[in-house]
Design a protein around this ligand. Structure first.
Ligand code: MGD
Ligand code: MGD
Ligand code: SF4
Ligand code: MO
Length: 746
């Protein structure tokens, strides 16, 4: 028997499960995690954690989590060796690619890609290798409107401002529930404490949400808004600010175009005119607009509930419009642009190529491309509609679109029409059960982690690196994606992935060396490559980015500068301070200004007048979603400590609506939309506004042929069987909130 004192160790790790990037302290005995606690010394999270972080060990040990590739046979899946699985992928894809239509092979990338260093870095080589216009991701069931607006206004769809919560005095929050989601496109661990502190120092938190969420319950003020009407309401705030002459864009005025025509454009959107559509009284709207304008440090933050809804792009635009009009964009305490320690310095005075959408369109519905993606709401019809460019094969990477995208049941049927499908996934679940081959990457504890994606959205510049806790038995995710890329390029299932690793690093080094103000000017690329630190290629990428970043050692130029080695010596992370102003250097618009108005925005303003403002207010029952603290989209319901069951997949309804329909709390109800009918238990609660019902997404684990023994016991129903494949507007984001439904006793 091993001596516990010898075999027990403590490791520190950044949790990769949500955007909050909490530091965890793991106690490990032999090959098991025996305890997970918040790391009290973590420079960012200071001990905070949630039940999902605690479940990381359980995820690692989950007997249903796949450890070996699976290949479909006539009688179900069988385990295969990695070489056999990749050979099978090549045999399936090669004949389809040989027909000469690159668009015949599609890719869907899901949310965990952005939480996973290997997948994050190696997705691009795979996308390039496929050279297909049929690229889809969870972004079009989530935040695409926000990217479109940053693209239009700042010329960079990735330049996403976040509330400077720790210095803010007035936070207007719409369609977000950080008390349970832990924040979104806004990295700040323990947001509940940060928001409580805001209120405690005399600040104000105003929440706009059809439900009285836990966040709303802690707010200074909460208003229930009619789903899908946020754009209209935000425009009304802007119109009050403009017509009462409260706008003070200050220093922003000099670098912003499009302020002048606003008076005319905002004229129809009075607080009075929008009141009946939004369900918010005109005097409240006017008062809040005045308070917002008067605050010395205010931020408007709108998230998921407003983006995955009608007029999501316009809501995202009106949000930034308010931040500009009040002078709060790029100002301490307002909304600011984070910059990660691995991001290159933004030098110069700005200006660039700008941003546009619609460089190509989807084949069936003609929806515009955005950021080289097509809307996932069009995926099913692109598979089932014959003709040149029809999708015949699909790769999914860390995605579960059957549960996470609209009309999921219809998408599942479409998958069965494919000639070939590959899923890179850790579970045999609702989506991967349709695959011919499933390739499972290692568990989160078997990989290194540096939160490349979310440190770019973080309220403080944090750098923290986690080494793998356990050695992986199989190839890591980067290696899997590299092999898929080589197959797609026709180099064969046996080609050496070092080719892709080398190309990636060479491209990074070349880009830095060719930069006019490069720190490394005159240096030799081979020397630099040879001096990189890291056990796996992704770690060397991180080392390179840290060393050429704003705090980096510049490969020997700054003695105590940042590097991967430096981070290894700081297991609780390093904090490089609060966000700093970034304008105008950040701007990549052709004019080097914030371009407030564009044809796209004018068209959307005209459309919302026509389709919403000038229509009679609708009173149909509208379905929205919700997130719960111990759940994570569709894929953590197989962990016993989190799966407290179907009890969570219940439909919330206001007592007045229930009474009118003769429905009782706890009874089974049938919810019917244009797409489907599902049966779920009812929860009658005054926490939801009349005329609105709410069902969480990510359930529906009752299908056959999966390996999810715990989730299968309490399956719930999928909210996305009810949602329809309609998009909000130019971003192509699906409308997942504000879906017309009827409810009756089942
Ligand atoms: N109605 C409704 N629909 C929604 C939402 C909503 O609020 N309401 N929310 C939307 C949002 S915001 C999002 S982001 C999407 C999410 O949409 P998706 O990303 O498609 O779905 P997830 O549920 O996150 O599923 C993630 C998948 O990745 C697998 N996985 C987990 N970790 C790893 C890993 O490290 N590597 C690999 N290869 N696989 C892994 C899981 O087993 C699972 O199959 O859903 C959207 N859909
Ligand atoms: N516990 C937990 N945490 C998560 C996740 C999870 O599944 N579970 N998922 C992660 C992911 S992928 C994301 S993108 C983030 C999302 O995190 P958030 O952006 O905070 O989104 P949600 O928690 O879904 O909260 C959205 C809110 O919008 C409200 N809402 C719905 N429709 C409307 C509307 O039309 N107008 C307004 N104003 N409000 C509306 C809903 O009632 C809900 O309270 O959470 C992340 N964190
Ligand atoms: S809040 Fe997010 S990052 Fe923190 S422990 Fe929970 S899942 Fe992990
Ligand atoms: Mo998301």
């Amino acid at each position: 028997m091993s001596d516990p004192a010898v075999s027990e160790r403590t490791v520190y790790r950044t949790c990769p499960l949500c955007e909050a990037t909490c530091g965890l302290e793991l106690t490990v005995r032999d090959a098991r995690v025996t305890r997970v606690r918040g790391d009290r010394e973590d420079v960012f999270s200071a001990g905070y954690l949630c039940p999902k972080g605690v479940a990381l060990g359980e995820l690692h040990d989950d007997p249903d989590r796949l450890r070996q590739p699976l290949i479909r046979t006539a009688d179900g899946f069988r385990e295969a060796s990695w070489d056999e699985a990749f050979a099978h992928v090549e045999a399936g894809l090669a004949p389809i690619l040989a027909r000469g239509d690159r668009n015949a092979v599609a890719l869907y990338a899901g949310n965990p890609v952005s939480h996973n260093l290997g997948a994050n870095v190696y997705l691009r080589p795979l996308i390039r290798a496929l050279a297909s216009r049929n690229f889809y991701s969870a972004s079009t069931v989530d935040q695409m409107p926000k990217h479109v607006v940053s693209g239009l206004l700042f010329g960079d769809p990735q330049a996403l401002p976040v509330p400077d919560v720790d210095r803010c005095e007035f936070l207007l929050m719409l369609g977000a529930n950080p008390w349970e989601s832990n924040g979104s496109l806004w990295t700040a661990p323990n947001l509940p404490a940060r928001l409580k502190a805001l209120v405690k120092r005399g600040g104000k938190l105003v929440v706009i949400d059809p439900r009285r969420t836990r966040t709303a319950a802690h707010a200074s003020e909460h208003h229930a808004i009619r789903p899908g009407s946020d754009a209209l309401w935000l425009l009304a705030l802007a119109s009050v600010i403009v017509f009462e002459r409260l706008a003070k864009p200050d220093r922003l005025a000099k670098i912003t175009s499009g302020l002048e025509p606003l008076r005319e454009l905002l004229l129809p959107f009075t607080a009075q005119a929008v009141a009946a559509h939004c369900g918010i009284a005109a005097q409240d709207t006017e008062r809040l607009a005045r308070e917002l304008a008067a605050s010395p440090a205010a931020a408007v933050y709108a998230r998921f509930g407003t983006h995955a809804a009608r007029f999501g792009t316009l809501a995202a635009w009106a949000t930034e419009l308010l931040n500009v009009l009040t002078g709060n964009l790029d100002r301490a305490g307002g909304v600011m642009f984070p910059r990660g320690a691995h991001e290159r310095a933004r030098d110069g005075v700005g200006g660039g190529k700008g941003f546009r959408i619609g460089r190509w369109h989807s084949r069936v519905r003609g929806l515009p491309e955005v950021m080289s993606e097509l809307p996932v709401a069009t995926l099913a019809e692109e598979i089932t509609t014959p003709g040149q460019g029809q999708i015949r094969a699909l790769l999914t990477v860390a995605g579960n679109p059957v549960l996470s995208t609209p009309e999921g049941a219809q998408l599942a049927r479409a998958f069965d029409e494919l000639e070939f499908m590959v899923s890179v996934d850790i579970y045999l679940n609702e989506t991967s059960r349709h695959a011919d081959v499933i390739l499972p990457p290692p568990s989160p504890l078997e990989r290194s982690h540096y939160d490349m994606f979310f440190y770019r959205l973080s309220v403080r510049a944090i750098a923290n690196y986690s080494a793998p806790v356990f050695a992986a038995a199989g190839p890591d995710e980067a290696h899997i994606l590299a092999r898929l890329a080589l197959i797609a390029r026709g180099e064969g299932a046996g080609a050496d992935t070092a080719i892709v690793d080398r190309e990636l690093l060479d491209e990074l080094i070349h880009r830095e060396l060719s930069h006019p103000q490069s720190l490394l000017a005159g240096r030799d690329a081979d020397d630099i490559r040879a001096s990189l630190d890291g056990d796996v290629p992704c770690d060397r990428v991180v080392d390179f980015l840290l060393r050429t970043g704003p705090h980096g050692d510049g490969f020997g130029q700054r003695a105590d500068g940042l590097s991967l080695a430096h981070l290894r010596a700081h297991p609780h992370g390093l904090d490089f301070g609060a966000m700093q102003p970034q304008l105008p250097a950040l701007l990549k618009t052709p004019s080097a200004r914030i371009e407030l108005l564009s044809d796209l925005v004018r068209d959307e303003l005209a459309r919302i007048r026509r389709e919403l403002l000038e229509q009679p207010p609708q009173d149909s029952l509208l379905l929205i979603g919700r997130r719960e603290f111990q759940s994570n989209n569709s894929w953590m319901h197989n962990l016993p400590s989190l799966a407290t069951g179907q009890a969570h997949c219940v439909l919330q309804m206001h007592p007045d609506d229930a009474r009118r329909r003769g429905l009782l709390d706890g009874g089974a109800v049938a919810v019917r939309s244009a797409a489907a009918r599902v049966v779920v238990p009812l929860q009658v609660t005054s926490a939801i506004a009349p005329g609105v019902v709410s069902l969480p997404h990510g359930y529906g684990h009752g299908l056959a042929g999966m390996r999810l023994s715990v989730a299968h016991e309490v399956p719930g129903a999928s909210a996305n069987d009810l949602t329809v494949c309609e998009v909000e507007g130019p971003s192509g984001n699906a409308i997942l909130n504000g879906v017309a439904v009827s409810v009756e006793a089942a």
